[in-house]
Design a protein around this ligand. Structure first.
Ligand code: LLP
Length: 438
């Protein structure tokens, strides 16, 4: 049996349950493909992160990186858990506002924030703008002036640390589009500029080294680097950083080959590294912020699909095709990401064959899984792909004009639709007929 499915996630009928709800019933009620979140897992991960900070008695923010999964319902849950969020676009800010989430508890990230986005952020009293480049310093200065506002800012630096992860999701190495470079003196120049603007309150510094990282060393490295920069800034400019934000990136288990530490153990190591690094300095203990996305949303999510066609080839793994694919989960095609999948009606059924789980999109690379051991399956069976909650729905597309799936939150045995399934009408509602020339 799949080791990720615990005995309490199987009900009397032998079906997989999610948030106490029968997955087969969910598939029937809402249709497939369907994204289901076990809300209690979102909550428990946020609480686990908070607990580590509280046990270590440091000021902190657990800032959920909402690019992992952004929806009104998600911001509501984060708000209820007393969390902070990281937003990277006007759309994410707008969604948070729709959820009644105060942007005072949000950090605004991005390497090319637009004037309009900065206006939206500042008008809504954004908690902090994580300033990424010189253009933004000017633009934000202009916006603050026009709106007669004061803005908290934090400088994003490129720490020169390259995390051991897929190259598409590395961000901390020197040759990166994000943040101010240290070696060339850009970060110092940026600090001088933001300190010189009386409309800015410079609260600290930030770095993010990548995503799906398994080694603690990368995080200890970034913690040490940020403290050394803060120390240098204090000595050179008399500037006292109040916040050190080490970003996100805590790796999660997708398959049995992944053996990450519990996400909160990374945080424990970061806190210890920062406490040790500040000892010989005059920095005191700064507040420590983290920005976990995947580790909060990922393990909480399941994608339910219905099996349709099948292609058998002599001597090759069969293609078992489901009713979704790269439109609802681009990660296998984009990053060669791997997942584990179970038969929802009987996750304990003896495994019979290795198959490829193919999507329905017109593209040979639309394979969600290249080697999944499954029991015998037939058309109509429901498959549950595990740990799909991060960067699945949030990267979904309408490729082939397939509607995006519905999203359901399940908790305490009750389910609620939180994002409707797109209809064909939704697909054409932005289209305008072209007035054909005769
Ligand atoms: N903070 C910053 C500044 C980030 O850029 C990111 C992710 C995070 C926090 C959250 O990282 P996490 O804890 O989720 O690893 N689409 C890719 C992941 C891109 C991550 C982008 N930045 C994927 O599907 O793997």
């Amino acid at each position: 049996m799949n080791e990720q499915i615990t005995a309490d996630a199987i009900n009397a009928a032998g079906h997989l349950t999610i948030g106490g709800c029968d997955s087969i019933e969910l598939a029937k009620e809402y249709g497939t493909p369907l994204v289901v979140y076990d809300v209690s897992r979102i909550r428990s991960q946020i609480r686990a992160f908070k607990r580590v900070f509280e046990e270590n008695q440091v000021d902190y923010a657990v800032s959920y990186a909402s690019k992992a999964f952004s929806a009104v319902a998600m911001y509501q849950v984060i708000k209820q858990e007393g969390g902070h969020v990281d937003v990277v676009s006007g759309g994410e800010m707008y969604t948070a506002l729709k959820a009644g989430f105060s942007l005072e508890n949000a950090s605004f990230h991005g390497n090319n924030k637009s004037y309009d986005e900065l206006v939206l952020a500042v008008k809504n009293h954004i908690g902090v703008v994580v300033v990424d480049n010189f253009h933004e310093i000017e633009l934000l200065g202009q916006v603050a002036e026009e709106l007669d506002a004061h803005v908290n800012v934090m400088l994003r630096i490129t720490p020169g640390i390259s995390a051991h992860t897929n190259k598409y999701i590395q961000t901390g190495q020197v040759d990166s589009k994000f943040g101010f470079d240290l070696e060339s003196g850009q970060a110092d120049q940026a600090l001088e500029k933001v300190l010189a603007n009386p409309r800015f309150n410079v609260i600290g510094l930030h770095a993010h080294i990548g995503s799906q990282i398994f080694e603690v060393a990368g995080f200890e490295g970034v913690a040490n680097k940020l403290v050394s920069v803060a120390d240098h800034w204090q000595k050179k400019f008399g500037y006292q950083a109040k916040v050190i934000n080490v970003g996100g990136g805590f790796g999660i288990r997708y398959t049995k080959d992944d053996t990450p530490l519990p996400p909160e153990d990374f945080v424990d190591a970061i806190i210890k590294a920062i406490k040790k690094a500040v000892e010989p300095t005059d920095l005191g203990t700064p507040a420590i912020w983290i920005e976990p996305g995947r580790s909060i949303a990922g393990p909480a999510g399941y994608n339910l699909y219905t099996v349709g066609s099948r292609k058998d080839l002599p001597g090759l793994k069969p293609y078992v095709t489901i009713d979704g694919g790269m439109g609802d989960n681009i990660r296998p095609a984009l990053y060669e990401a791997e997942y584990e999948t179970v038969l929802a009606s009987d996750p304990q059924a003896p495994l019979k064959e290795h198959v490829r789980i193919a999507g329905k999109y017109c593209e040979s690379g639309d394979i969600l899984s290249y080697d999944q051991e499954l029991p015998e399956t037939k058309p109509g069976d429901v498959l549950a792909m595990l740990d799909t909650g991060a960067y699945g729905y949030s990267m979904a597309s309408n490729y082939n004009r397939n509607p995006r799936p519905a999203v359901v939150f399940a908790e305490d045995g009750q389910s609620q639709l939180v994002i409707k399934r797109e209809s064909y009408e939704d697909l054409v509602h932005l289209d305008q007929p072209y007035e054909l020339h005769d």
